[in-house]
Design a protein around this ligand. Structure first.
Ligand code: AP5
Length: 222
């Protein structure tokens, strides 16, 4: 287990591998994985008021409001297991969310941001990865029909749950999500670039290769 203390932010366009790498990094560091997308999808599945409001926004590829997102992150960061840091996946997504996170961390008087890792990948590969993605309805494990197929088609290797395609992985929605990323999220690169913990990692190549690059960047590997 790692000596890493502080929050890690995985930044990058939809489909670059944030969720895949965040799960592996959680195993490598013992820090919990905080995916705002997974939290919103859980609210949609359980039919809460927030889930009902978020569903249409997510299916269109737009962003859920900064207030809602900052509210769920604030609550999660107060939990006992978040006190040494978390792996942020899909958050922050706007400059307003990044400013909100800074202010939240000041108020909590706990650990700060240890590392911001921007994962980059070319647009054609992003579309290939998103259009072939399948996700376990029960446990959230991530597969790809070509790059990381399950042993039995449509069934999760880990829990036996049904695999499904996310509604926002349709080609027209993917295009919209990429445009939203350029407009709303890519300015965060300039927001974080000056931090000593900022790093860029190439997302091309096999999952294990990208994992090794991230481990090296974090000093988890000699
Ligand atoms: P969210 O769930 O955060 O989606 P995203 O950011 O669009 O990212 P993805 O989950 O699509 O991609 P990823 O980078 O995690 O890639 P993955 O590892 O799965 O957000 C969904 C929606 O929720 C948003 O559109 C918005 O509406 C809302 N939302 C969430 N957070 C919000 C926020 N903070 N503010 C406002 N709204 C918010 O990999 C993709 C595929 O590639 C998989 O099939 C995987 O198996 C495969 N793969 C991964 N790595 C490799 C590799 N190295 N080689 C080959 N295949 C690979």
């Amino acid at each position: 287990m790692s000596r890493l203390l502080g929050h890690v932010i995985l930044l990058g366009a939809p489909g670059v591998g944030k969720g895949t790498q965040a799960k592996l990094l959680a195993e490598d560091t013992g820090l919990p994985h905080l995916s705002t997308g997974d939290m919103l999808r859980a609210s949609v599945s359980s039919g809460t008021e927030m889930g009902r409001l978020a569903k249409a926004v997510m299916e269109s590829g737009a962003l859920v409001s900064d207030e809602v997102i900052l509210g769920i992150v604030a609550e999660r960061l107060r939990a006992e297991d978040a006190q040494n840091g978390v792996i942020f996946d899909g958050f922050p997504r706007t400059v307003k969310q990044a400013e909100g996170l800074d202010s939240l961390l000041r108020d909590l008087h706990g650990v700060g941001i240890a590392k911001v890792i921007r994962i980059s990948l070319d647009a054609d590969e992003i579309v290939r990865r998103l259009s072939g993605r399948r996700v376990c309805r029960a446990c959230g494990a991530i597969y790809h029909v070509l790059y990381h197929p399950p042993r039995q088609e449509g069934i999760c290797d880990l829990c036996g749950g049904q695999l499904e395609q996310r509604p926002d992985d349709q080609p027209s929605v993917i295009r919209h999500r990429l445009a939203v990323y350029e407009a709303e999220t890519s300015p965060l690169v300039d927001y974080y670039r000056h931090l000593p913990g900022y790093a860029e990692v190439d997302g091309q190549g096999e999952t294990e290769q990208v994992r090794e690059r991230i481990r090296l960047t974090l000093g988890l590997k000699e």
